[in-house]
Design a protein around this ligand. Sequence first.
Ligand code: NAD
Ligand code: DAU
Length: 336
Amino acid sequence: MGMKLLVCGGAGFIGSTYARQRVLEHGDEVTVLDKLTYAGREENLREVAEHPSFRFMRGAIEDPAAVSAAIAGGSPEAIVNFAAETHVDRSISEPDAFVATHALGTYVLLEAAREHGLRYLQVSTDEVYGSIEQGTFTEDSPLRPSSPYSATKAGADLLVQAYVHTYGLPALICRGSNNYGPYQYPEKLIPLMILNALHGDSLPVYGDGMQVRNWIHCSDFARAIAHVLERGVPGEVYNAGGPDEQPNIEVVRRIVALTGASDAQIEHVTDRPGHDRRYSLSSQKVRALGWSPQVRFDDGLERTVAWYRENSWWWEPIRSGEYRAYYERQYGRALS
Ligand code: NAD
Ligand code: DAU
């Protein structure tokens, strides 16, 4: 018998990966609660939409009535919270929703978990530790977030830990490094560069492009979250980092090669304000629970490029919608 789960933010990139894995590969019963912001799309869940063990409910995590209805509908044993505003550049230009969703939303879910006696897992990020020039962050590293995105995610993590400490809530935190893979909204580096490369648009690299990210395939991060929920010690934090670190410019060059685009499309543009130089995570603690990443970056990137090539039905409506206006605001130019 599988578990009954309430997956908040399950219509997004990683949440939908996790929902598909749990329903299709592990026989879990999943209720997704998602506000369907610009980043949340029911299309991401089309492979499970008609499955008898799957239910979708539209609603915001900061709305106690929506959360109560989702719990009444799905009778879950655990809440897994992916719901978030996730793009650092948007947090710099429009921070409001980051504060509302991460602070108030996490609080409403924690209260619901407490009231109904549910296990709780908060999906978090390596960005809460800030930037590290050398070495790797462990779960004991201090929290030094740099952006409104990472500061509000760190605030949510601290609230989760307060509920563990004060009320004995059986809550866990899993902090991931940079994810990539299918269904990622093209505001993020890898899908943005793939689609721009395929369309002959310029490839906007922030600053010198020597910032380093620790890439993890979304299928590996989703499995790490499942490991932590099932085998982790309540109250603990677990980092889940990918197997490969890459400077951004190297990632962009590989995308140019894989798409058959031209190096001449690469353009160095004004850097992101407060840009973190490098992230790197030690994952020893979650590895001790039996998890390890399966997808190497070279292979995962090639498969991701192939997915975007083959699934224009997914990105065409995005590229012709709200995204165009966002792109013009962010990059000061139009897409082709
Ligand atoms: P995403 O932007 O693709 O999806 C976020 C989802 O949350 C969307 O479906 C959106 O509609 C939903 N949502 C937003 N606000 C909501 C609200 N108030 N109530 C209900 N639903 C809401 O994000 P993602 O990349 O899949 O990230 C998922 C989680 O993983 C986030 O918590 C993020 O901080 C964390 N994370 C992401 C990465 C990464 O590289 N993408 C790495 C580590 C951790
Ligand atoms: O580290 C985990 C985090 O990874 C997650 O918590 C966030 O939700 C997720 O968005 C991601 O944050 P980053 O800021 O690292 O990801 P992004 O894809 O925005 O950028 C990756 C790197 O590429 C970063 O150094 C900025 C750079 N970049 C990004 C964009 C969109 C560019 O050079 N040009 C661009 O146009």
